[in-house]
Design a protein around this ligand. Structure first.
Ligand code: HPA
Length: 273
């Protein structure tokens, strides 16, 4: 579990670079970092410079914190995240979420690229995450609980804040944008799933599968933040189409949806309390 003094050291360092108090946080997934380029008066802080941040190596991620103004709101965006499959501990994966909370973030918008398990979906669709399934057995809260940060047994009944989900649906409708909705399953990776695993995951009730998001959402809820999850379905999951999966395809499709992705997130930001 994260130590309060480590969180405060990271926060204090960031506050030497900016006096903005961000209220909305973003975690931008593979190929989705472009939203951070829309931030005005941006202060860019490489993760390597921030005390207690891990150093990420994932392809398609920039690895910097971007703080500034977007749609008249004060925001902080993680351009690139830490993944469990990179060998980081879940403490390292989720540390930035604690820091965002300490900086003042109340609403956290978490995004990812993932595979479509629901055959009604298609590559390039955006999906509002209604709920998740943790298939890994791992949990960032295992171990000693720091009671200053949150409760020992957090409730996950409404892990994805209903009001934010309603807002996302309303904005998508206003934009005449097709927004899917479904359950996200967390698979550790770095292998993509087998076709048999995808059949299992579908049977278990998931609509999409990916290698991130769930640990960050758990820590955000432990930290009493509101959470909105938006997935970009970059490919049909393994075995659905008669073709192999590739990271290049994931990045390519994620960057193709950028116009819709940016419009949706800006629309949500505009209306968020
Ligand atoms: N599976 C897991 N993670 C992913 C996928 C997938 O099909 N696509 C993008 N991230």
């Amino acid at each position: 579990m994260h130590k309060t003094e480590h969180i405060l050291e990271a926060k204090d360092y960031i506050m030497t670079k900016t006096n903005i108090t961000p209220e909305v946080g973003f975690v931008l997934g593979s190929g989705l970092g472009i939203l951070a380029d829309e931030i005005e008066n941006a202060v860019i802080i490489p993760y390597v410079d921030i005390p207690h941040f891990a150093k990420s190596s994932a392809i398609g991620h920039a690895n910097e914190l971007v703080i500034g103004d977007l749609m008249g709101k004060k925001v902080v965006a993680m351009k690139g995240r830490f993944h469990y499959y990179e060998g980081f501990s879940l403490d390292e994966v989720t540390f930035p979420i604690r820091v965002m909370k300490a900086l003042g973030v109340k609403n956290l918008i978490i995004t990812n690229a993932c595979g479509a398990v629901n055959t009604d979906f298609k590559p390039g669709d955006l999906m509002l995450i209604r709920d998740h399934i943790n298939l890994t057995g791992a949990n960032p809260l295992i171990g000693h609980n720091n009671d200053d940060l949150g409760t020992r047994f957090p409730d996950m009944t409404q892990a994805y804040t209903p009001e934010l989900r309603d807002l996302a649906k309303k904005v998508a409708e206003q934009l005449d944008m097709n927004l899917q909705e479904g359950v996200y399953a967390w698979w550790t990776g770095p292998t993509y799933e087998t076709p048999a695993e995808i059949r299992m995951i579908r049977t278990l009730g998931a609509d999409a599968v990916g290698m991130s998001t769930v640990p960050e959402v758990i820590v955000a809820r432990h930290s009493q933040m509101n959470v909105l999850g938006i997935s970009c379905l970059t490919n049909m999951a393994s075995g659905i189409l008669d073709q192999p999966l590739s990271h290049d395809e994931v990045i390519e499709v994620a960057s193709k949806v950028k116009t819709n992705f940016i419009a949706l997130l800006k629309g949500i930001l505009n209306e968020i309390a």
